[in-house]
Design a protein around this ligand. Structure first.
Ligand code: ADP
Ligand code: AMP
Length: 217
């Protein structure tokens, strides 16, 4: 199955992607995670991406599309994948369609996670990420026992620079301007399904899996 997750920053895409990808036995491919790994290891790609990420802007399409093309060319993505955080512009979406068409295949579904803006802001403001294993926590909704230590691996928890209030506001603007048009793009292709992404994480996962079962068998 070839799926993309659509929704504003903080909608829970990364959180749901873990569970849905495990359920479907496909790799979860998160462009944000790939960029952050490159930033952490100081690669040229990371250095370029960081400028945009810290400002709450999108990394240019060309860079992002090439990175995703390389990743989708790896053997584990041959039979399916779940994309988290890509596409984020209509240009990226049409590049993805073209990449898949060149491989003789296509996207099955775009799953939209629907969450009101005030809840998204609460989720982003309380998000904490583990430097060790990358697990995402929330200070209020999914709190670790100690606010700066990961219960899973003992790693240090940090607040992403782009989860500071000024950057959150910018990212939401960018989402409305550049990414929200994907809803119409996939709607016009008959591939869009939206689910209510509020409430406990496991309830959202169950809704997602129900939808996938009914649309994709
Ligand atoms: P995205 O990948 O869409 O930016 P995340 O998956 O990182 O979003 O989730 C943002 C924050 O919201 C994280 O701190 C996460 O723990 C929390 N979160 C995710 N899903 C839920 C949910 N259903 N209810 C409450 N908090 C959630
Ligand atoms: P995320 O982890 O999905 O919230 O992404 C963090 C940041 O990485 C975004 O704010 C962008 O700066 C960058 N990024 C991730 N995915 C993309 C994408 N598809 N296109 C452009 N920039 C991206």
């Amino acid at each position: 199955m070839r799926l993309v997750l659509v929704g504003p920053p903080g909608a829970g895409k990364g959180t749901q992607a873990e569970f849905i990808a495990a359920h479907l036995s496909v790799p979860k491919i998160s462009t944000g995670d790939i960029f952050r790994a490159n930033v952490a290891s100081g690669t040229p790609l990371g250095k370029e991406a960081k400028r945009y990420m810290d400002a709450g802007q999108l990394v240019p399409d060309e860079v992002t599309i090439n990175m995703v093309r390389d990743r989708l060319g790896e053997p584990d993505a041959a039979d399916g994948f779940l994309l988290d955080g890509f596409p984020r512009t209509v240009r990226q979406a049409s590049a993805l369609d073209k990449m898949l068409a060149d491989l003789g295949t296509g996207l099955d579904l775009a799953l939209e996670l629907i969450v009101e803006e005030d809840e998204v802001i609460r989720r982003l403001s309380g998000r904490r990420t583990c430097r060790g294993c990358g697990k995402v926590w929330h200070l209020e909704y999914d709190p670790p026992r100690t606010s700066d230590v990961c219960d899973r691996c003992g790693g240090e928890l940090y607040q992403r620079d782009d989860d500071k209030p000024e950057t959150i506001a910018e990212r939401l603007k960018v989402y409305a301007r550049d990414t929200a048009p994907l809803i119409d793009y996939y709607g016009a292709q008959g591939k869009l399904v939206g689910i209510d992404a509020t409430g406990p994480v496991e309830d959202v996962t169950a809704r997602a899996i129900d939808v996938l079962r009914s649309y994709c068998g």
